[in-house]
Design a protein around this ligand. Structure first.
Ligand code: HEM
Length: 451
């Protein structure tokens, strides 16, 4: 191929732009596009990647030429935890797993989960008191964990939710170390953090295998009604055309993947939404009005979703400004030309919803939280890949419909009765680790809407 390599962002020998990147990664990503354009090579110490900052290029990599790419080296960080689950596997193995799992995520299959989501959110709302200060991000993590555990395992989850929550917290904390994320060999060192990390994986494995065994033995004993609608039952029953089913190890990897991917991201969307609502009282008031008009004193249900357009727009807009998956990475499987430049085989590319979704070429007043924009006609001409919080192409998030339904139902349940005033301390700082997390959490004072 004769195309030139992309321009290189100037930096120090060996370190490249690691200094400015680690000082302020999110600011760096937006500045890099402004200074260097839509395609630029950057070196973060030994880690090299090319930033692609135009929706056309995102579409090319994720959709039209997806076969020329695979997940990038960053995903190696997740393999010790997720094994070869949907998020981390490739090729024919991934295709078969996706085919087996897909029916469990169809809109019709997940419709029954709406009531579970509202029940758990209502239980949380009952613990809230006017004026009480809460750890908002922790509350959201706990809530979405309970929901994903219930929808995965049906009634079986019991007391294990606590152990699972703590183990997942250790794992996510380990991921928030940027040095280990970008220099994966650090993970191989027997540091106390790594030991805690592996012990947490062991505790989760024990619980997950117990669930799988219990479900298999009830199937063997014929005590299963064959109609359970939790995800584990559906995955257990899932069968290939040739009759092949998932092994225990495959089930373990998928369950672990769904556990992690299925609660942390949605909890983040809700946490960032509370922050934005607290900063924008007019939006919050409008949300409260819609919820009062549509719901009155009752809890929401799935049937209410079409009648809650503003609530949905609030979630959509929060995911634009604070996309939990702040960057999607890929590695070229062969030489490929993107945006007129050569991406050689083995090279990494990053596509960042964080910067593209704040690009003034695609969104007017891009840093303003304005849910109304999603209801304007002009949004109809938005490039499909100017907004891609769930990715795109064959590797599109399998849980998109689940997550959208969950986020809107939870927000509707909680915000019907309360608004949140985020406290000045600790200052809320977004940190891009595997996902975009609030560094010191979010402390918020609950204020009853109708005192
Ligand atoms: C707002 C919440 C969520 C966001 C923002 C989100 C975002 C994403 C993104 C961007 C990807 C694609 C990654 C890539 O292409 O490299 C993805 C994949 C995935 N997500 Fe989600 N996700 C969310 C909720 C969920 C939920 C609730 C589940 C499951 C219950 C889930 C399960 C998965 C799985 C299994 C994959 C891998 C799919 C595959 O490669 O076949 N996600 N998610």
């Amino acid at each position: 191929m004769t195309a030139p390599l992309p321009p290189q962002a100037p930096g120090l020998p060996f370190f490249g732009i690691a200094g400015p990147f680690f000082r302020d990664p999110l600011g760096f990503l937006i500045g890099a596009r402004e200074r260097h354009g839509d395609v630029v090579r950057v070196a973060l110490g030994p880690m090299k990647t090319t930033l692609l900052s135009h929706p056309d290029l995102v579409e090319q990599v994720l959709v039209t030429e997806n076969k020329s790419f695979q997940k990038d080296a960053f995903v190696d960080n997740l393999r010790p935890v997720l094994g070869a689950g949907l998020l981390t596997s490739e090729g024919d193995f991934w295709r078969r797993q996706r085919r087996l799992a897909q029916p469990a995520f169809h809109r019709s299959a997940i419709a029954g989960y709406g009531a579970i989501m509202v029940d758990y959110a209502s239980a949380l709302a009952r613990t809230y008191r006017d004026g009480q200060v809460r750890a908002i991000h922790k509350d959201m993590m706990r809530l979405t964990l309970e929901i994903v555990a219930k929808t995965l395992f049906g009634a079986d989850v019991g007391d294990s939710a606590e152990v699972v929550g703590e183990a997942l917290e250790v794992i996510l904390h380990t991921f928030s170390d940027p040095i280990a994320l970008f220099l994966p060999f650090v993970r191989k060192l027997p540091t106390p953090t790594q030991k805690r990390f592996h012990a947490a994986i062991g505790r989760l494995d024990a619980i997950i295998y117990r669930f799988i065994e219990a479900r298999r033995s009830s199937e063997r004993a014929g005590t299963s009604d064959g109609e359970s609608t939790d995800l584990l039952s559906m995955l257990l029953r899932a069968q290939d055309d040739d009759g092949g089913r998932m092994s225990d190890k495959q089930l373990r990897d998928e369950v672990m993947t769904l556990f992690l991917a299925g609660h942390e991201t949605t909890a983040l969307v809700l946490s960032w939404t509370w922050l934005l609502l607290s900063e924008h009282r007019a939006v919050d008031a409008k949300l409260g009005e819609e919820l009062r008009d549509v719901l009155g004193d009752r809890a929401p249900s799935l049937a209410d979703l079409p009648r809650l357009p503003y609530t949905s727009a609030v979630i959509q807009e929060a995911m634009r400004l604070y996309p939990p998956a702040w960057s999607l990475g890929r590695e070229a499987r062969e030489d490929v030309v993107v945006g007129g430049y050569l991406i050689p085989k083995g090279a990494q590319v990053w596509m960042c919803p964080w910067s593209i979704q704040r690009d003034p070429r695609f969104f007017s007043e891009p840093n303003t939280f304005a849910p109304e924009r999603w209801r304007n006609d002009s949004i109809k001409s938005l490039h499909k890949y100017a907004y891609f919080p769930f990715g795109g192409g064959p590797r599109l998030c399998i849980g998109q419909a689940f997550a959208q339904m969950e986020a809107v139902l939870i927000l509707a349940t909680l915000a019907r009765d309360f608004r949140v005033e985020v406290q000045p301390e600790p200052v809320v700082t977004p940190v891009p680790s595997v996902t975009l997390r609030p560094k010191h959490g979010i402390r918020g004072r609950m204020v009853a809407r109708r005192a």
